[in-house]
Design a protein. Structure first.
Length: 221
């Protein structure tokens, strides 16, 4: 049975045969979607320490490692993370111009461009933003930051601008709507710490469904 036939049966069963009434309801829905009424915004939970400090605290509690660097220190921070964990100096990343503009000195990691096929040990992404109340990264899908890089490599390094951290999810969604003009990306991934599972005997295992390590680099300035 076709989609239109199924919808026609549903409408008939509900007695929605009045086209004028249907047009009114449709207009009401479109108006509400366009207006984006804001829900209740929770009070700040940062204890007066600020959004960045709260984000770092919550992300660390979720088993992510976090460091704050200046923009000209990003390459050094990424290289150090790989060396500290005895990882190959090789990274998979997308076409995000902010990643492409990183100045890599001699001896820096090899940058492999494009989606991951599952053979990469380490991936590098740039987040759209972060939510300080939970230490969550917001990553948008697309060729600039492929979703495969978020989940297939065992080690995920994510850059996020300090200015892109928000106190709550409501602020992140509002900024996303403004940036995209309402045309949302195909996927919005919300990542809090490395992958984990306690399904087997309630034993926590990191890396169960994705990266075993999540390293967040908060870029200031």
């Amino acid at each position: 049975m076709s989609r239109d036939a199924i919808l026609a049966k549903v409408k008939a069963s509900l007695g929605e045969r009045n086209r004028a009434d249907e047009a009114t309801r449709r207009e009401a829905v479109l108006t509400r979607l366009k207006a984006h009424p804001q829900g209740v915004v929770p009070a700040s939970q940062d204890g007066g320490h600020g959004i960045v400090a709260q984000f770092i605290k919550k992300a660390t509690e979720a088993a992510a490692s976090v460091e704050t660097v200046r923009r000209n220190e990003v390459a050094q921070a990424v290289t150090k993370f790989l060396r500290d964990h005895n990882l190959p100096q090789s990274l998979r990343s997308g076409d995000d111009p902010r990643l492409k503009n990183i100045v890599w000195p001699a001896g820096s990691p090899q940058i492999l461009s494009g989606p991951s096929d599952g053979s990469d040990l380490s991936g590098l992404s740039h987040a759209f933003g972060g939510v300080s109340e939970t230490g969550t990264l917001i990553l948008l899908s697309g060729p600039d930051n492929p979703t495969t890089v978020n989940f297939l490599p065992e080690n995920h390094i994510v850059l996020v601008e300090a200015s892109d951290l928000e106190a709550n999810y409501e602020a992140i969604w509002a900024r996303l709507r403004t940036r995209t003009g309402g045309a949302m990306p195909r996927t919005v991934n919300m990542v809090t710490g490395p992958s984990r599972s306690a399904d087997i005997e309630q034993t926590l295992i990191l890396g169960a469904h994705g990266p075993v390590r999540l390293h967040i680099i908060v870029v200031q300035g």
